[in-house]
Design a protein around this ligand. Structure first.
Ligand code: ATP
Ligand code: MG
Length: 577
């Protein structure tokens, strides 16, 4: 794997209810100090920021207790899963900086064991073959206030059940003709315990097991067994599985009773999933954005996928910081996307070298600087990390400056260039503005100034000039042009698709209505020469403009293309909040 390892420091883990549980288990000696977790994605889509929270939680927990975390593909559903997703998930977890060692598993490798478990349940009188249709089963299930009714097939003999289940596997019946159900309690107040379906007939080709099977286990049956097979100690999942925990426990206890697994059994623990403002984190919606061409593919830097984040220049260190900062809890809540952006900023501020880019160029001519001459100026690569050294920026008679750094008639408080004013060209000289030139439309084309030869930064006496304005610049003769993309939030509303005050009765909003039409803009910028050698995925702070990364897909050697990862400050909350 050629993925670059990103430097980051993992902050000390603060206490949370999951760590408290693990501490308690360690105190009582339940697992003999062992901590074994798993991250169990279904390979039916690309991982998103929400998965990053789960990955950091599961791998982070194992890491901090000297345990292990498994990467397990929960691929028991034959219809929606693909190898493409498996590969992308492996890359994404590695990119986040986590390693599962030898613990890479596929739930589909356990199909035989799962089948044996089902047989064991039948033999123990705890499962039966039902021949009702899916609609009839639903009608028998009852409601929250009414108990369910027994299926007429609930009383089948163990011998009949064994025979039928074997023939289901052998392919003797059509899809949907029979199902296998756990035999628990049709009157349970928890609907999930009213004899849940655990196996169904489905003739579908599985991405790994091919056509070996025509019966497939349901997720709620498969998942606890996967955990038990792998000796997971703490099985962490999101809150919507809370109502499934009684079945999780019932199933593993029943299988332990018939000798399939040993106690103690894995414990399911639920936490609140990540909800982020200005973002959608549901696979269904992400697929829709990609399929309808609303974004440029799964790795579009605006998409909250981890492949998108990577192209955006978000960092693994930033995600880890974010996971620590938001913590885990049992209460559903929304996290402001500004928190994530701040974490990226914080991490990038530490690791990204500084460079200069002029995004909206205007020509500045120093009329008293010799034509054709040039000289080096030294600029530190990182103001707080002198060990990162300095680089040379060539200075010359013609320079690109930002258009907004000149005003012919300055507004009150404007400190940069205007006729008669002095400002410093950062790492170079102090200049005094003498005027400007315009085209026929009145648009300024060139600014003129004179440089003060004894004012060069770093030379004795340079500090004698007290000027307020400080400009960045790129030499016209030495800089080069490159495509730069400015990315912004994909949605213009904090809760995409949510009803808003004033919405007419009965009007449905779609999350697509809340797309931000200005989420991407492309421009041609002038960059300092040192940026020409930027490696794909290298991040920089472009002074005054924010953090940018050399795009890993569109850059070519000697011609990087840059994506803005995040602005220097949170300008969004002031502008549009
Ligand atoms: P989606 O709801 O987007 O379809 P999923 O839960 O079906 O996602 P899985 O591949 O099953 O996706 O998820 C793998 C793991 O990631 C699960 O343990 C799941 O709980 C966790 N996970 C998914 N979404 C989030 C989220 N928003 N916040 C935290 N954890 C999440
Ligand atoms: Mg899921």
């Amino acid at each position: 794997m050629s993925d670059p390892v990103q430097p980051f420091s993992t902050p000390a883990a603060p206490a949370n209810f999951i760590r408290n549980l693990v501490d308690e288990d360690n105190r009582t000696g339940k697992w003999g100090g062992r901590v074994e977790t798993r991250f169990p994605p279904e390979p039916n889509g690309y991982l998103h920021y929400g998965h990053a929270k789960s990955i950091c939680l599961n791998f982070g927990l194992a890491e901090s207790y000297g345990g292990v975390c498994h990467l397990r593909f929960d691929d028991t559903n034959p219809e929606k899963e693909e190898q493409e997703y498996v590969d992308a998930i492996i890359q994404a977890v590695h990119w986040l900086g986590f390693d599962w060692g030898k613990h890479l598993y596929f739930a589909s490798d356990y199909f035989e064991t799962m089948y044996d478990c089902a047989v064991a349940l039948i033999e123990a009188g705890k499962a039966y073959v039902d021949s009702l249709s899916a609609d009839e089963i639903r009608a028998h299930r009852g409601t929250l206030t009414e108990p369910g009714r027994d299926s007429p097939w609930r009383g089948r003999s163990i011998a009949d059940n064994l025979d039928l289940f074997r023939r289901m596997r052998a392919g003797e019946f059509a899809d949907g003709a029979h199902v296998l159900r756990a035999k628990i309690d049709m009157a349970s107040p928890n609907i999930n315990l009213r004899d849940p379906v655990i196996y169904r007939i489905r003739r579908a080709t599985h991405h790994r097991s091919g056509d070996a099977w025509c019966v497939y286990p349901l997720y709620t049956f498969a998942h606890p067994i996967e955990d038990a097979i792998e000796n997971i100690t703490h099985s962490i999942c999101t809150l919507e599985f809370e109502d499934q925990r009684p079945f999780y426990d019932w199933l593993l206890a029943a299988l332990a009773d018939c000798g399939k697994f040993r106690r103690p059994l894995p414990q399911q623990i639920e936490f609140a999933r990540l909800n982020l403002t200005y973002t959608v984190l549901s696979k269904r919606k992400l697929i829709q954005l990609v399929d309808e061409g609303r974004v440029d593919g799964w790795d579009d830097p605006r998409l909250p996928t981890l492949v998108g984040a990577r192209r955006r220049g978000f960092t693994a260190g930033g995600f880890r910081l974010f996971a620590e900062r938001i913590g885990v809890s049992k209460a559903d809540s929304w996290i402001d996307i500004g928190v994530l952006e701040d974490c990226m900023r914080e991490h990038l501020n530490e690791v990204a070298e500084r460079r200069v880019a002029v995004l909206d160029p205007l020509r500045l001519v120093l009329t008293n600087y010799p034509e054709g001459a040039s000289e080096p100026c030294e600029a530190p690569n990182h103001p707080l990390r002198p060990e990162l050294g300095k680089r040379t920026m060539p200075f010359g008679r013609e320079l690109w400056i930002e258009r907004e750094d000149f005003m012919e008639e300055p507004l009150k408080g404007f400190r940069r260039l205007y006729p008669g004013n002095m400002a410093r060209l950062r790492y170079g000289y102090v200049v005094r503005c003498t005027g400007c030139e315009k085209d026929a439309d009145g648009r300024i084309t060139t600014v003129f100034a004179e440089y003060l030869p004894d004012s060069k930064s770093g030379t004795p006496g340079a500090d004698a000039y007290k000027v307020k304005g400080n400009l960045h610049w790129v030499s016209v003769a030495h800089g080069y042009r490159a495509e730069v993309r400015l990315y912004d939030r994909l949605f213009a509303h904090p809760y995409p698709g949510a009803r808003r005050e004033g919405d007419a009765e009965g009007v449905e909003r779609s999350f697509l209505d809340d797309l931000n039409p200005e989420s991407k803009s492309t421009l041609t910028a002038w960059l300092e020469p040192a940026l020409k050698d930027a490696a794909p995925e290298q991040s920089f702070q472009f002074e005054r403009h924010g953090y940018f990364v050399a795009d890993r897909r569109d850059s070519t050697p000697g011609a990087p293309v840059f994506n803005r990862s995040v602005t220097l400050k949170d300008s969004w909350s002031k502008q549009k909040g």
